[in-house]
Design a protein around this ligand. Structure first.
Ligand code: ATP
Ligand code: MG
Length: 567
């Protein structure tokens, strides 16, 4: 392809709303163009990258035995009513009416549609297992679209859905998909980890997320420093560690005027935050309130809290008004004589001589001890793990890193097939509800994640596997020197014939601009052709990832480049 035939709207500056490097570089390199919040057009160069990612995904999904389908973006409400999600799904589901006043939504995901297909066309256990996938546009009305295509409202996803006769078969497909995802991310050349994710009703290792490691990642994931345990921090469990020590201090009421936050209290009383507890009040079931008690420095884990039977789902923090109606105030609530039922996190439950609110305005208690001052308590795992917590598999300590979730595999079980009557005739002639798995990859997010891992101060350094072009030819004075033009055109034709994806920069631009553009876009290999090099029968080669320039004989150039591509 020639640059004059291509729209490459590179720009020096990134827009103000581009906070992360991939967003800045995708705009600056002219890969995407913003239409509205969370809506992006994929421009020619960007689309080439997306197609590369899709090709790898297709090849590996096909190899796994999955088959490709394409389902509509617009979906009728009835399907979602059947599955129960029309009411459950929040405002991320964009709903609309057609001209006949019928309800529709834009598909954020396709469990309903595929289950509808399976219930029509899968009849016998003999057809199973079957795995369907598509690469298609999804719409989610995200509350805070951000980071460009990393969290957009419209994005491209590869979603797959398997139908299995039983849990054992589902487990097999799930493991096959795990391997397939590893193949995909290995081929793209990403540094990633698969981590245990919250698995809801099924439990066990039935949901895993694939995270690309990057400092800008929205998710926190943790690994053991001694074993291969890896989990999303929402998922990693904590355990009771040691029993509370015997009291050494008297219980005292201390005036703490105007000290509202936990940090204020620590400074005022000169105590370590790790010797304090905080009492968080949340909405419980049946209009009740529930207090969740954590060590001062720990964070409440929403997923874990939602698993407690008495807590309302989804988790809602009680308003100041609700707490004050119950007779407490946020700044001084504590566990002594607390009338609201409370559950104590394991770490908080092993404290002794700790500080907590006194349930009296501007007062705190010091020297509090559970068994002496509070009595029997219920404890549970309520918090996010922190760096250095013991690994749940008993081996080593947990280290926390940031990750970008690029894929998710999930055993759904019979959630949708049961609700939507997706049965087949089983081996014994009776109807069997199929088990399902779902497997997603955020195609457009993968592109952004790859950039987060591969860039320098000049721009993107695309992994060869997904680069928009493999080679760029930069001829100096292409439009003035017939010799340069001849050499450049000849090499270009040779590379095209060899099926190398090559871009010939035939613009009347200064060399500096052509170099800067090709580096910004991240084309892995560059060949410069100039009269000076031509005097010696040479061209100049440079890899995007190295600063070294090499002069090679023009006659060897094709072989040289082909060797570089195979490395
Ligand atoms: P997240 O926690 O990031 O919102 P999710 O759990 O909602 O992700 P899934 O429903 O499992 O995501 O979707 C499958 C994949 O689609 C994700 O792993 C991610 O790569 C991608 N994805 C999800 N939401 C978006 C989005 N708003 N923009 C771009 N890609 C997305
Ligand atoms: Mg989401």
């Amino acid at each position: 392809m020639k640059t004059t035939d291509l729209l490459i709207p590179t720009q020096k500056e990134a827009p103000n709303d581009a906070k992360v490097i991939s967003h800045q570089l995708m705009i600056r390199a002219g890969l995407i163009s913003k239409l509205a919040s969370g809506l992006y057009s994929y421009l020619p160069v960007g689309l080439r990258v997306i197609h590369k990612v899709e090709k790898i995904i297709r090849e590996e999904m096909d190899r796994s035995g999955a088959q490709e389908v394409l389902m509509p973006v617009a979906q009728p409400a009835e399907l979602w009513q059947d599955s129960g999600r029309w009411d459950e799904y929040g405002p991320e589901l964009l709903r609309f009416k057609d001209r006949h006043d019928r309800d529709f939504c834009l598909g954020p995901t396709h469990e309903e549609v595929i289950t509808n297909i399976a219930s029509q066309y899968l009849r016998s256990y003999k057809q199973l297992p079957m795995n369907f996938y598509q690469i298609q546009t999804k719409f989610r009305d995200e509350i805070r679209p951000r980071f460009g295509v990393m969290r957009s409202r419209e994005f491209i996803m590869k979603d797959a859905y398997s139908f299995n006769i039983d849990q054992a078969s589902l487990q097999e497909t799930y493991e096959l998909m795990h391997q397939t995802y590893c193949n995909i991310f290995d081929r793209i050349g990403l540094e990633y980890r698969s981590v245990l994710a919250d698995s809801g009703a099924i439990g066990g290792d039935s949901s895993k997320e694939f995270h690309v490691l990057a400092g800008s990642g929205e998710d926190a994931i943790c690994f053991s420093d001694e074993s291969d345990y890896a989990a999303n921090i929402e998922r990693a469990e904590t355990f009771p560690q040691h029993k509370a020590k015997e009291p050494t201090q008297e219980l005292q009421v201390i005036a703490t005027p105007k000290q509202k936050t936990i940090n204020d209290i620590c400074e005022f009383l000169e105590v370590d935050i790790k010797s304090t507890i905080k009492t968080l009040v949340v909405e419980g079931i049946n209009d009740s309130l529930v207090a969740l008690v954590l060590r001062g420095d720990h964070d409440l884990n929403q997923v874990k809290a939602e698993k407690l039977g008495i807590v309302k789902k989804p988790l809602v923090m009680a308003t100041e008004e609700r707490i004050s109606d119950a007779g407490y105030s946020i700044g001084s609530i504590g566990v002594k004589d607390l009338k609201i039922p409370f559950i104590v996190d394991y770490a908080a439950s092993s404290l002794s001589d700790f500080v907590c609110g006194a349930n009296k305005e501007d007062k705190h208690l010091t020297g509090v001890n559970w068994s002496r001052d509070i009595g029997e308590i219920e404890s549970a795992d309520l918090r996010n793990i922190v760096d250095g917590d013991p690994s749940p598999d008993g081996k080593g300590k947990l280290v926390i890193k940031r990750g970008i979730e690029v894929g998710h595999i999930f055993q759904l079980g019979t959630k949708y097939s049961k609700a939507m009557n997706a049965n087949v005739i089983g081996e014994k002639g009776k109807a069997v509800i199929m088990s399902m798995g779902c497997y997603g990859i955020g195609v457009t997010r993968v592109v952004a994640a790859a950039i987060e891992q591969n860039f320098d101060d000049r721009g993107i350094i695309f992994p060869e596997s997904i680069a928009p072009f493999q080679v760029v030819i930069v001829p100096i004075n292409y439009n003035k020197s017939t010799r340069v033009k001849e050499i450049a055109d000849k090499l270009y034709c040779q590379l095209v014939d060899a099926q190398v994806e090559v871009l010939l920069d035939d613009r009347k631009e200064r060399a500096g601009i052509m170099f800067a553009d090709s580096e910004l876009i991240g084309i892995p290999h560059r060949v410069v052709i100039s009269d000076t090099h031509a005097d010696n029968g040479n061209v100049e080669y440079k890899s995007r990832s190295s600063s070294e320039k090499v002069e090679i004989k023009f006659n060897d150039a094709l072989t040289y480049i082909k060797n570089k591509l195979n490395q």
